[in-house]
Design a protein around this ligand. Structure first.
Ligand code: NIG
Length: 387
């Protein structure tokens, strides 16, 4: 056998067969998990790592980021903290910087942020295009992303770029742009919001995506109530993301569907939006995911630990609910069953905290607790806190 990770004081598996185990061990064989159970019963392995009673859990599954970008929006953030509201308009600033960047600059920036996320325990990460907004710039964003991250989403329908007419831009997104990115992406997303795309335009984008066999997701109900959630549910979207402004009918529609409500609490704080109604969604039976929404405008953090802490301290989730949403919930939002779970056959992804329990993620907010991370059976080296 490959690598035995033992001395796990508390193991969150997300697997109903094991639940949360005390004094546990995991065995990796190559890129897969080969064994999970009580430490005293673990099989021998070629390599043995004793984590000294620390807590272990699946790597974070960050199902919503926008990391193919260049430039910086510090000034916009400062203005927001001084009382200026967040609008979709700032996206154009990043579009201009992204178009001006070379492929090498975009790839290096993406790799730097993904490395940062991995040091924080993220082992599966989705990212979107959406700061190119021409056929060539979206295609290169998708190509660069496909070489770095686990899941790529086409977000040509992020905003209508300056100078373009709305209807002809949607024609471009649904036609030549979609054709140019299709080989690199698994998902298509649309920002359904006033100032971005209305229900009719967003519906066109989702239908065009489905027609070429791509999965769909929606940015919905972020800045005000709107049709995004209902549109996503009707389209069979894997997720609808943001969900800050929900009616009772939206909550009910989500609770009766397979569409995951992906909540982005770091974004809510950074944009000073009302927090998403996580408790209401869970109590109604909806499935929720937590994601970072890492991007230079509305949420410039890759820290899923921070999102978990906010979800517990401000959204009213318990620690196990928040941890599930940031691991198994993210996997559901990406329609995957090989990540976000510690079970035999799943990908050999695991994070160990420098803490005896996952409770410390919220009990010690802001403290970098990631102690060691494995992804595909390999230790991710480097960065503070690593041994
Ligand atoms: O998910 N809502 C739209 N898109 C991003 C914001 C991107 C930006 O402001 O640059 C989001 O928050």
């Amino acid at each position: 056998m490959g690598v035995l990770i033992t001395g796990i004081g508390e193991l969150t598996t997300n697997d109903p067969e094991h639940g949360r185990l005390r004094d546990a061990a995991v065995v990796f064989e190559g890129e897969r998990i080969a064994w999970v159970g009580p430490a005293p019963a673990a099989p021998a392995a070629d390599e043995r790592v004793d984590v000294g009673g620390r807590a272990a859990l699946p790597g974070w599954v960050d199902s919503h980021t926008h990391l193919v970008f260049a430039g910086d929006r510090t000034a916009e953030f400062e203005a927001r903290m001084a009382g200026k509201p967040y609008t979709a308009g700032g996206i154009a600033v990043t579009v201009a910087a992204t178009r001006a960047a070379t492929d090498a600059q975009l790839a290096a920036n993406l790799r730097r942020h993904v490395a940062e996320a991995r040091r924080g325990g993220t082992t599966c990460l989705e990212t979107k295009t959406g700061y190119g907004l021409t056929v060539d710039d979206e295609a290169r964003s998708a190509r660069i992303a496909a070489g770095v991250v686990d899941e790529v989403t086409f977000l040509g329908a992020h905003v209508v770029p300056p100078g373009a007419a709305s209807e002809s831009y949607v024609d471009l997104v649904c036609g030549p742009m979609l054709a140019a990115v299709a080989g690199y992406v698994r998902w298509v997303d649309v920002f359904c919001e006033r100032g971005a795309f209305d229900e009719a335009a967003a519906g066109r984008v989702l239908r065009a995506a489905s027609a070429v066999g791509l999965g769909v997701r929606v940015h919905g109900n972020q800045l005000r109530p709107g049709p995004g959630v209902q549109l996503a549910v009707r389209a069979g979207a894997a997720s609808v993301d943001h969900c800050n402004h929900l009616s009772d009918a939206d909550v009910e529609a989500l609770s009766r569907s397979d569409t995951v409500a992906t909540l982005l609490p770091a974004c809510d704080l950074s944009t000073r939006q009302p927090l998403a109604p996580a408790r209401r969604l869970l109590d109604a039976g909806a499935v929720i995911a937590l994601a970072s929404n890492a991007n230079p405008g509305s949420s410039y953090t890759t820290s899923m630990g921070f999102c978990v802490a906010i979800a517990v301290l401000q959204l009213g989730l318990t620690v196990p609910e928040a941890v599930w949403a940031a691991t198994a919930g993210g996997a559901r939002a990406l329609r995957r069953d090989d990540v976000g779970v510690v079970r035999v056959g799943a990908r050999a992804d695991l994070q160990v905290l420098d803490a005896p329990s996952v409770t410390h993620l919220a009990y010690r907010p802001g403290v970098p607790l990631t102690w060691r991370v494995w992804r595909r059976g390999e230790v991710l080296a480097g960065g503070p806190g690593f041994v």
